[in-house]
Write a protein that binds this ligand. Sequence first.
Ligand SMILES: Nc1ncnc2c1ncn2[C@@H]1O[C@H](COP(=O)(O)OS(=O)(=O)O)[C@@H](OP(=O)(O)O)[C@H]1O
Ligand SMILES: Nc1ncnc2c1ncn2[C@@H]1O[C@H](COP(=O)(O)OP(=O)(O)O)[C@@H](O)[C@H]1O
Length: 429
Amino acid sequence: MVNQSDRTPWYEGPALLELLETVEVTHDQNLSDLRLPVQYVNRPNLDFRGYCGTLAAGILRPGQKVKALPSGKVSTVERIVTFDGDLEVAYPGQAITVTLEDELDISRGDWLVEAEAEVPLSNVFEADIVWMHDTAMETDRLYDFKLATRDLAGQITAIDYQVDINTLEHRKADHLDLNAIGRCRVELTELVPLDDYRKSPGTGSFIVIDRLTNVTVGAGMIHQLLETEVPYEYRDHDSKAEVVWNRSSVTPAMRAQIKGHTGKCIWFTGLSGSGKSSLANALEVELNRRGYHTMLLDGDNIRHGLCKDLGMSEADRTENIRRVGEIAKLFADAGIIVITAFISPFRADRDNARKLFKEGDFIEVHVDTPLDICEQRDPKGLYQKAREGKIKDFTGINSPYEVPRNAEVKVSTAELSLSELVTHLVKYI
Ligand SMILES: Nc1ncnc2c1ncn2[C@@H]1O[C@H](COP(=O)(O)OS(=O)(=O)O)[C@@H](OP(=O)(O)O)[C@H]1O
Ligand SMILES: Nc1ncnc2c1ncn2[C@@H]1O[C@H](COP(=O)(O)OP(=O)(O)O)[C@@H](O)[C@H]1O
């Protein structure tokens, strides 16, 4: 501890105390990447709007161009205000209030960074988490995460491995007990700016909070950001009206937490008479029996109301499926397992519906019944009418059906009974 020992001749470095007293710590501070997480917006009167926070990284001066995240809006620092007067320069660790030349809409949790900085927005990352509570960490449970000054909900979706703190070996784990450390995957419910801990400890670390007790149950360091699908609200929209996305405070994950399962879309597609409605109905009965929250959208029924203005032309079918996709997405966001039964004959339309959902939440089921069997069944007498020329654009007769290329499930109603198919589908879901 205090002196070098001749019992450790293989160790040539300084004694522990000497090392602690002389170790260079300034390189732990990141002076190049400006990070000011806003803790509080100070508006004592209409003439003053200051953004208060502790500078987590970088150096800040009046006159410097800065960008607010996640909005990306740019302005220039006017003053750096402190209790002891204005500063000409601020360094990491200093608590400051910044005023900007422009009125930007910045709130608690947002960051100020350099105007030119490319800071990725993400909601999925890998982190080293130390668990600090008697109740073990559970994957797929909703926790609150406090990252810098921002609080938001999220889940620990997987534990890549747990670290044995004696041997540093990695081992498989499905939960973390008190004091355990693990490399975990975290998925937040919002897209936010994130940093690698090694780049900026102040903005690359977080704590995990139990949402019911408000107790801090874990702490973590971000190791790397992972590829994330751009959430729905951040994608390009082609609305004809001048609209922006309004975020609701209750997120799909919060709704799912109460329902006990996440929302999904089971999308049946197939020829008329293939068995979509029968299967979708039987599946809903079984899911309902098992206590799942479901909703069935059926082609014939939706065409009585929401889509009663649409016919069977290609353009009308595309619009029909677009509307159904959007509704299915709303139901899924509400935490409901939505089952749709539409011919949905065009691949591009089905793929557009799929794009509204997270990977794994859209399950396409091709009800693969051959045309001749559908025609023999002809439950509504529509094939006969189509053959007699009384219905034009009838799918399979004089309007195309594009067979799915990569449906998650293909069912053959000619070979298996309804109940066998339902068992198969429930297992898959
Ligand atoms: N021309 C033509 N082609 C196909 N089907 C027709 C047609 N005219 C009416 N019907 C009846 O409408 C039901 C199909 O509606 P969908 O909304 O599922 O069609 S689509 O997905 O927009 O193509 C379909 O229901 P299902 O038999 O349950 O598939 C038919 O009952
Ligand atoms: N294994 C099966 N799965 C689903 N339907 C079947 C099966 N075997 C026979 N059928 C019959 O096929 C017809 C399918 O009609 P329907 O469910 O309305 O199809 P769609 O909604 O695709 O038009 C029903 O009369 C149903 O009883």
